[in-house]
Ligand binder design. Structure first.
Ligand SMILES: NC(=O)c1ccc[n+]([C@@H]2O[C@H](COP(=O)([O-])OP(=O)(O)OC[C@H]3O[C@@H](n4cnc5c(N)ncnc54)[C@H](OP(=O)(O)O)[C@@H]3O)[C@@H](O)[C@H]2O)c1
Length: 425
């Protein structure tokens, strides 16, 4: 049962996939009964060394899509164009598509799903979130019968590597970022990772699958890790927390909320143990309770393995010669206004160690409708630092409290504010 495979992109992931198809075909056939045959790989530079023979390479990506011998197209170029047009072209030609392109799926998901449905073919994207971790299929198929309440994930390996290093070695952000760039964990321009943009695209995809509501990227609240200091990481550790960049997709009474921000996570929470460049996704629902999916979130081989799993599924569906039922159905839904979303905050305040300071601070929170759960004082006199953790309150109330705090003379500075997630106390 042969299926010809065309790959758009022969880089880190595409190169690994092509190599696997050429060298592990007997194992794949033994396990699946399928003969997946590499036909062509589109690249930009035909001179570059690749982990597959140059005879497979072409610099004309449309030729891969249009080749009658290619029954299934794998998009591993990345970016929006020409990836988007090529994916649509393949779907319109009745060819199933597998992609790992989170940017494309997050921005154009509904268009792509509708086009796949209209053509009765599969569009699979397991590797778009969590690299090698199976999470898309569990959310869209295995858990289709669960009323998922929240999906929280460490979905960006670069930022988790940086935060882990800062926490374990006590080093400042800039030093660790430089080391991450040296080791190849961070790009020369790390903005997409450290700003939270990469995680936001993945969180929006997870929300779409978990809640059937597509959240546009501009409705995803996003905050990166650039302002996280080793001081806060050390204080958090003393209070029993670790700092993680989390993507959170949640069903709230006011609609679906999707956000990406650094968070203090209790050190006994399963996500707290996810170190280095690893990724993890924590799913909660009433019937199953809590599920944790964790593993390598990136890398050529782990990602190509996830892509290959999709190729096997899509190839089986293609060979069944029947229209494929859509896996992702996006309905109308409400996206919660971030100001209404309940969160808990950690605050570090630089204050004068003088009588009445605490009362003024408590007053500011009280006026805003935020109640304080715990307070710690570090140092005395000029160096007094107050650490506070609040109970849950709407984001808008927190913003008001911070405004009031800034107006208090004895509060020299609201030095940092980080949300607290996963605390059941
Ligand atoms: N790398 C990971 O760990 C990882 C993990 C999860 C998901 N992904 C996703 O997987 C996709 C591929 O990532 P990657 O790391 O493999 O990227 P990459 O190493 O930059 O590879 C991209 C490939 O596409 C080719 N290409 C780009 N534009 C082209 C064009 N206009 N015409 C022909 N070929 C073109 C490039 O050709 P040249 O080689 O000639 O430049 C290269 O072979 C992205 O969507 C990424 O987000 C990657």
């Amino acid at each position: 049962m042969r299926v010809g495979i065309g790959i758009l992109g022969g880089g880190v992931v595409g190169g690994s996939l092509a190599h696997k198809l050429l060298t592990e075909s007997d194992v794949i056939t033994a396990k699946t009964g399928l003969d997946l045959e590499l036909v062509k790989v589109a690249v930009r530079d035909l001179e570059k060394q690749r982990p597959f023979p140059s005879s497979y390479a072409t610099d004309r990506p449309e030729d891969v899509v249009d080749d009658p011998d290619v029954g299934l197209v794998v998009e591993l170029m990345g970016g929006m164009e020409p990836a988007r047009s090529l994916v649509l072209r393949a779907l319109d030609a009745g060819k199933p598509v597998v992609t790992a392109n989170k940017q494309l799926v997050a921005a154009e998901g509904p268009t792509l799903f509708q086009r796949a449905e209209a053509n009765g073919v599969s569009l699979l994207f397991e590797a778009a979130v969590g690299g090698g971790i199976p999470i898309i299929r569990p959310l869209s198929e295995s858990l289709a019968g669960e009323r998922i309440t929240s999906v929280m994930g460490i979905v960006n390996g670069t930022t988790n590597f940086i935060l882990t290093k800062m926490s374990e070695d006590g080093l400042p952000y800039a030093d660790v970022l430089a080391e991450a760039q040296r080791l190849g964990y961070a790009e020369a321009d790390p903005t997409a990772d450290v700003s939270g943009a990469d995680a936001a695209a993945k969180a929006a995809i997870l929300a779409g699958l978990a809640f059937g509501v597509w959240v546009d990227l501009d409705r995803v609240y996003m905050e990166g890790i650039e302002h996280i200091s080793s001081t806060d990481i050390a204080f958090a550790a003393r209070l029993g927390y670790v700092v993680k960049l989390l993507g959170v997709a949640e069903s709230t009474p006011d609609g679906v909320s999707v956000r990406v921000h650094p968070a203090l996570v209790p050190d006994n929470h399963p996500l707290a143990a996810v170190r280095g460049a690893q990724n993890a996704v924590f799913v909660s629902g009433p019937a199953l309770g809590e599920l944790l999916f964790s593993g390598p979130g990136a890398g050529g081989d782990p990602t190509a393995t996830a892509v290959l799993g999709d190729v096997v599924t899509a190839a089986r569906e293609l060979l069944a010669h029947a229209p494929v039922a859509p896996r992702v159905r996006i309905g109308a839904g409400v996206v919660a206004d971030f100001g209404q979303v309940d969160t808990c905050h950690y605050l570090r305040l630089e204050v004068d160690d003088a009588p009445g300071v605490l009362a003024a601070i408590a007053g500011a929170f009280g006026e805003a409708g935020v109640s304080i759960r715990s307070v710690w004082q570090e140092g005395r006199g000029e160096d007094a630092t107050l650490l506070l953790i609040t109970h849950a309150a709407p984001e808008a109330a927190h913003a008001k409290a911070q405004q009031r705090l800034a107006e208090i003379d004895t509060v020299r500075q609201v030095a940092s504010v980080i949300r607290v997630v996963g605390d059941t106390a």
